[in-house]
Ligand binder design. Structure first.
Ligand code: PGA
Length: 242
């Protein structure tokens, strides 16, 4: 695990984007695992800048998002599908058919999870997975539990996760109670993981995840088992890391 701490968001974003850019230069048809939330937004902005300058193309890339709310359709501005378009997809040359996100409106959730796993199975191994961490240690929407699922599955979101994500909604009541998430299997199988955390409020969980016991009660602690994780932290999130 390589851990880097940055003084400014800009430096962190450039470093994060730099890792994606070098991957796309060496593997133009890379498969990228993408995350939503506040954490990766600056990295996506840097990728858009690099694309506009002609430094990279996404024409041959396939993207696989970690998760989607259940009951929130693609056209709903609160969906992760809409989030990804707003922050990345609408600004780059990534063909729509190469964008993969679980369908939050699927009637049969088990079929949808199987469909997503089949897509991921065809890829076999994502070239790079971008990951944030929830305040409770979740990765994707794999919430702390006595057991974790390998494959894509439906989850009931914890109160804490709903509260944290309520900033994207008008009220806590509006935050969906369920989501579909990639399981820890596809995440842990990725060739490389780019793990990013920002802000002092994440300091404790980042410390637990990176240095504490490996336990399903802190899903991000599983990353200690992965052979190629690059950790990018701002000074707040890295406060407790030596
Ligand atoms: P955030 O969420 O980027 O909005 O902090 C991270 C996560 O929940 O994984």
């Amino acid at each position: 695990m390589q851990i880097y701490t940055f003084k400014t968001d800009r430096e962190l974003d450039e470093a994060g984007a730099g890792i994606v850019i070098s991957l796309l230069r060496s593997v133009p048809g890379a498969s990228l695992g993408l995350a939503t939330g506040q954490t990766p937004v600056g990295v996506y902005e840097e990728l858009v800048k690099a694309y506009r300058k002609g430094h990279i193309s996404f024409k041959k890339v396939n993207t696989y998002n970690l998760d989607e709310y259940r009951g929130v359709g693609k056209k709903d501005p609160r969906s992760f599908y809409a989030f990804m378009h707003q922050h990345l997809f609408q600004h780059i040359d990534l063909p729509e058919e190469q964008i993969h996100i679980p369908d939050g409106e699927a009637e049969d959730v088990i079929l949808e999870c199987n469909r997503y796993d089949a897509l991921l199975g065809n890829v076999r191994q994502l070239d790079l997975q971008i990951l944030g961490i929830g305040l409770n240690g979740h990765i994707g929407f794999n919430e702390p539990n006595f057991r974790l699922s390998y494959g894509t599955h439906a989850v009931i979101l914890s109160e804490e996760t709903r509260r944290v994500n309520s900033s994207f909604f008008h009220s806590l009541e509006e935050v969906p109670e369920q989501a579909i998430t990639m399981g820890v299997g596809a995440i842990m199988k990725a060739k490389k993981i780019l793990f990013i955390a920002r802000g002092e409020k994440k300091a404790e969980i980042v410390h637990r995840a990176l240095t504490g016991p490996i336990t399903t009660e802190c899903p991000a602690s599983l990353l200690q088992l992965h052979p190629d994780v690059i950790v990018l932290l701002d000074e707040g999130a890295g406060k407790l890391i030596g």
